[in-house]
Design a protein around this ligand. Structure first.
Ligand code: DSN
Length: 412
């Protein structure tokens, strides 16, 4: 987007940084699995007068006057979220993923209660009880893992832990797991012990909205949480969709339990993004994200790159880079960045290296698919990544990345 001349006059440093970021996005390829390029319409709502006002409470139950349009906006966002995820109730106020998951834990559990969740190195998320997170100090997280070359979730272990530890909540979902989840298996085990079922589908929320992946609520899950800025392509934010029996507790937990005024410019953007998700075009996008990830994975494998779980069934893949000379995930991330291929270092299952220098690198296709890239471009990206892995100077690759990127402008 063009910089606003008034901003440039008032605050040239920030205007320059904004302009620089636009150019960076245009001339590089975003392969970070959790990122995307949002819609121009979402940027419009995000940078609008809706920034100005407090709206504590919920539609028709606010604590400040002047809420007519905020009630309209939030009601639309809630109704669209309910329809999109086939949910009885939705809360669209969480400021982002961490407060969203905290609101669920605090709303439905007591400090010290046990939650069964995925091990961080096997693909789980920081907010699923990583020892470094506050949540890991407040609740008792017990972790299940994946097994075998295909990286299937070890449901024997899930069942054993469930019966041994009696968690009040069974949580599935991930930030770095390339396989589909067997929601029915989780639900069966949770039902055996009477636990609440929560699926954090932050990474794949858009792919569920686009009907490309299964919806845990269709399998009887009690709650679904998702951020709104990843595959859903909306503004940064979070939403909780749940059965009616949890509605009151969730709403009270989000506000006033955890947050004050919702960011209504975000809520309006969420409404817009969900409306966009309810179109044939978005359904085609969701399918293409998956196809692109599969083609990227197959092309990397054809070049001899080892992938964690051997492939992908969603939008992301994790490369095991330990075999490359002098390499760890951080070095490869930096070398790829120098070539204009933007990704992130990633822990792999039972990684012997620390999180700052792990053995893996994670790639994802949501953002390049938003730019209109398809299978031929995925093969090209795989070849470019491999040249960097094979120790070619990143500068020898970067002009080709720029040329490819320029052919597919960022749509906003
Ligand atoms: N940062 C996001 C991710 O990369 O998975 C979620 O925290």
């Amino acid at each position: 987007m063009k910089p606003n001349p008034k901003l440039a006059e008032l605050d040239p440093e920030i205007a320059n940084a904004l302009d620089g970021e636009s150019r960076r996005q245009e001339s590089t390829l975003t392969l970070i699995a959790s990122e995307n390029h949002t819609y121009r319409e979402v940027l419009e709502t995000s940078g609008s007068v809706l920034t100005d006002k407090y709206a504590e409470g919920y539609p028709s139950r606010r604590y400040y006057a002047g809420q007519r349009f905020y009630d309209e906006i939030e009601t639309l966002a809630i109704e669209r979220a309910r329809k999109c995820f086939r949910a009885e109730h939705a809360n669209v106020q969480p400021l982002s993923g961490s407060p969203m998951n905290q609101a669920v834990y605090f709303g439905l559990l007591e400090p010290g209660d046990t939650i069964l969740a995925m091990d961080l190195t096997h693909g789980g998320h920081l907010t699923h009880g990583a020892p470094a997170s506050h949540m890991g100090r407040i609740f008792n997280f017990v972790r299940y893992r994946t097994r075998g070359n295909r990286g299937d979730i070890d449901f024997d272990e899930v069942r054993k832990l469930a019966h041994q530890e009696s968690p009040k909540m069974v949580l599935c979902g991930h930030s770095s797991y390339p396989r589909e989840l067997d929601y029915a298996a989780f639900k069966r085990i949770a039902d055996e012990i009477g636990a609440i079922t929560v699926a954090d589908v932050s990474h794949i929320g858009g792919l569920i909205a686009g009907n490309a992946l299964e919806n845990p609520l269709d399998h009887g899950f009690d709650l679904l949480t998702t951020t709104t800025h990843k595959t859903l392509r909306g503004p940064r934010g979070g939403l909780i969709a749940c059965k009616n029996e949890f509605a009151q507790k969730i709403d009270k937990s989000v506000f006033p339990g955890l947050q004050g005024g919702p960011h209504m410019h975000q809520v309006a953007g969420i409404a817009v993004a969900i409306r966009k998700a309810d179109t044939p075009e978005f359904r085609r996008y969701s399918e293409q994200v998956l196809l692109n990830a599969r083609v990227l994975a197959e092309s990397l494998k054809a070049h001899g790159v080892p992938l964690i779980t051997g492939g992908t069934e969603n939008h992301l893949l994790v490369l095991d880079v330990a075999q490359y000379v002098g390499a760890d995930g951080a070095t490869i991330q930096d070398r790829l960045e120098a070539a204009g291929l933007i990704c992130n270092k990633q822990l792999i299952p039972d990684d012997s290296r620390p999180a700052g220098r792990p053995s893996g690198v994670r790639l994802g296709t949501p953002a390049v698919t938003t730019r209109g890239m398809r299978e031929p471009e995925m093969r090209r990206i795989a070849a470019l990544v491999c040249r960097v892995l094979d120790n070619q100077a990143p500068q020898a690759v970067s002009q080709e990345v720029v040329d490819l990127a320029r052919r597919f402008p960022v749509v906003h």
